[in-house]
Ligand binder design. Structure first.
Ligand SMILES: *Cc1c(COP(=O)(O)O)cnc(C)c1O
Length: 378
């Protein structure tokens, strides 16, 4: 730990300093090109990302929330979903997973996450399903793939859409194949939404996102919707949006995409160091799964004394954060919307989670933080 410098939970200037010369060169190239939207950088990035995810189509869009909204809206336009249809969503997630579903008149059905991996609880999913269940949102929370092949295949065979919220898991992989045989998170289900919010593992220098799918019809509909609903110049098939990715962000993302595998590897080393060194009866470390390549967007421990642990760490100069302290169903915007006693369990989980530093950390720093955690007494 650099004692001279107060280190922050995230420090984007530090993150991006590793790429500074290439980013500046790319910015100059785009500025000089005079082409700022729908140009070569975006097309190339879409192609490169699709290749990395093992899908046939990626569509660069404005952000992760819009990517989720575009997928659901496109399925509605294609007649695959209709307002009132139920969508199962894990209750322990970022609110952007839920907002577009509710906004489109679909019915989000929240269910508490599994204790095992803090992802969708496949063992309990049937309890939350009804004849109106038409889609499941698989959130790869914290960078751990949310994929159980037997359950997912059976849902797929029943005509239920499997949509991935891959905002936190670009670069993650599963040994078990997805619906079309791929192994990368973002290429497992019917369609995936990705976020390039600056703190994400593949972070832009502004907003950005992508839809990934191997369904050509869906891809075409998403692309039209994201461009005012226009299928050809001055012809509007749908009441669409303006949800485009811009050339500058695409150029930046192409540079950082090349380093994504190494970034995931570095995070796995940090997670392994935490896992090997944290040894405190009041602190539970997250599971590391040998049949998955996790990318550790967050490294989240759990403790019944979470708040005290957070204050203790702060007093030792170690920043931490909580993802997410208030689950979406408890937010004021959803007051009275979800009335399900079973969601109490999701609130208990939200009360116990604490995210340790991982962005730009070294394994050595993680061992040092672990030694501080090991001295924590509630
Ligand atoms: C970040 C995030 C989003 C939203 O992405 P934005 O690009 O910020 O709109 C959606 N879902 C999850 C799980 C996220 O972490």
């Amino acid at each position: 730990m650099d004692a001279e410098r107060n280190f922050a939970f995230v420090d984007l200037a530090l993150t991006n300093s590793r790429y500074a010369p290439q980013l500046k060169e790319a910015a100059a190239r785009v500025i000089d090109s005079g082409r700022y939207l729908a140009g070569e950088e975006t097309a190339a990035f879409e192609h490169e990302l699709a290749h990395a995810l093992g899908v046939t189509h990626c569509i660069g869009v404005s952000n992760g929330l819009d990517a989720i909204r575009l997928i659901f809206r496109a399925y509605i336009e294609l007649g695959r979903l209709a307002p009132g249809d139920e969508v199962i969503i894990p209750a322990n997630t970022f609110i952007a997973s839920v907002l577009p579903v509710a906004e489109l008149g679909l019915r989000p059905v929240m269910m508490p996450a599994s204790d095992r991996d803090m992802n969708l609880d496949f063992d309990a999913i049937e309890e939350y399903m009804s004849p109106r269940t038409k889609a499941v949102l698989l959130v790869h929370l914290y960078g751990t793939p949310c994929w159980r092949p037997d359950v997912c295949t059976s849902l797929h065979e029943r005509g239920i859409l499997l949509i991935e919220d891959c905002a936190q898991a670009v670069g993650a992989r599963t040994e078990a194949p997805g619906l079309s045989g791929g192994h990368a998170a973002g290429g497992l289900g019917d369609a995936a939404a990705i976020s390039f919010y600056p703190t994400k593992n593949l972070g832009a220098l502004g907003d950005g996102g992508s839809v990934a799918t191997s369904d050509a019809e869906l891809a075409k509909t998403v692309r039209i919707l994201a461009n005012y609903g226009s299928d050809r110049r001055y012809h509007n098939l749908y009441r669409g949006y303006n949800n485009r990715l811009d050339e500058l962000q695409a150029a930046f993302l192409r540079i950082k995409l090349r380093d994504l595998e190494a970034e995931g590897e570095r995070r796995r080393e940090v997670a392994a160091a935490y896992d090997a060194c944290i040894d405190n009866p009041w602190v539970t470390t997250p599971a590391i799964f040998p049949d998955m390549q996790q990318v550790w967007h967050q490294y989240v421990v759990r403790s019944p004394y979470r708040d005290r642990l957070k204050i203790y760490l702060e007093s030792c100069g170690i920043p931490s954060d909580i993802h997410y302290a208030v689950p979406p169903h408890r937010q004021p915007c959803f007051e009275g919307f979800f009335a399900d006693e079973r969601l109490k369990r999701a609130e208990e989980m939200a009360d116990s989670v604490l995210s340790l530093p991982i962005a730009d950390l070294s394994a050595e720093q993680a061992r040092h933080i672990a030694s501080i955690i090991n001295r924590f007494k509630p």
